[in-house]
Design a protein around this ligand. Structure first.
Ligand SMILES: [Mg+2]
Length: 274
């Protein structure tokens, strides 16, 4: 296994939309969502919306059906599979919820590629079939204590990233972090000099980073769409793999990677380009 942990945000990173908005819009509850949005935290609102949808006759199967239609760029799927094939440890760190993420990953056959999904817990009420969404961090019991002032009350992704990096499976490994949102800024500040931050260009985390790039220790490599994410991510993974073997840089010639893999006797086949 390579010494690389790839941490993916989910909404607008793995899938190309926000799963919460996708479900609310897809089930015709946009107006209600926008009416309630100023009155409660987003995570609480999503739990409330699941109750509203259930009360209006929308079943869990209806929610799942809408989630399965969320757009996922085939190049993102290819990037995930290639990273996994190269021995990277893939994790998700998302402010969506477990049911939404599991439903989408399962639909696309991607569940087995991730060793860990860090997100807001969800549960189906056995009696009613209504989906409950809870906060990752129970902010009713007390604040998560991040002083940055950007993280939502239910999840500080920076603290979760610290926990991931301190865990037995990830200790000492280099991190590549991909995300788009304001919540992805806190973890980007906590990455080290040997890590990589991949913000989605034109999105909130990229704009925050651009305000003062010197605040980040990690190298920053932006991306705009699935194709550029795939190309950038595999280039960085290839670079780390070469550095692990003390080989000179290949001047970004991705095509050389499979030869290196074969030379090292690694049991994999990698197709970088179609
Ligand atoms: Mg996101």
């Amino acid at each position: 296994m390579a010494g690389i942990v790839v941490v993916f945000d989910f909404d607008k990173t793995i899938i190309d939309v926000d799963s919460d908005n996708w479900v609310v819009d897809g089930l015709g509850a946009t107006e209600e969502f926008e009416r309630l949005l100023p009155t409660m935290p987003w995570n609480t609102l999503m739990d409330t919306m699941m109750g509203e949808l259930h009360a209006s006759g929308k079943s869990l199967a209806d929610v799942a059906g809408v989630l399965r239609s969320a757009p996922l760029d085939p190049r993102v799927v290819a990037a995930i599979k290639a990273c996994y094939g190269l021995g990277c440890d893939l994790r998700i760190l998302s402010d969506a919820n477990r049911f939404f993420i599991d439903t989408i990953l399962d639909h696309h056959g991607l569940t087995g590629y991730f060793s860990e999904i860090n997100t807001n817990p969800s549960a189906v009420d056995a009696a009613t079939g209504r989906l409950r969404i809870a906060p990752y961090h129970d902010f009713h019991a007390g604040p998560h204590g991040c002083g940055l002032g950007i993280c939502p009350p239910n999840m500080c992704k920076g603290q979760v990233l610290d926990r991931i990096r301190a865990s037995a499976g990830a200790a000492g490994k280099r991190v590549i972090y991909l995300g788009d949102g304001r919540g992805d800024y806190c973890p980007s500040l906590r990455l080290g000099r040997d890590d990589f931050m991949m913000p989605r260009r034109g999105f909130p985390v990229w704009e925050l980073i651009c305000e003062d790039p010197s605040l980040l220790h990690a190298e920053v490599h932006s991306w705009a769409d699935g194709a550029e994410m795939e190309e950038t991510l595999l280039r960085l993974v290839g670079r780390v793999l070469l550095e692990e073997r003390n080989l000179p840089p290949l001047d970004c010639k991705l095509e050389s990677l499979p030869a290196v893999a074969v030379q090292d006797g690694m049991p994999m086949t990698l197709r970088i380009k179609n």
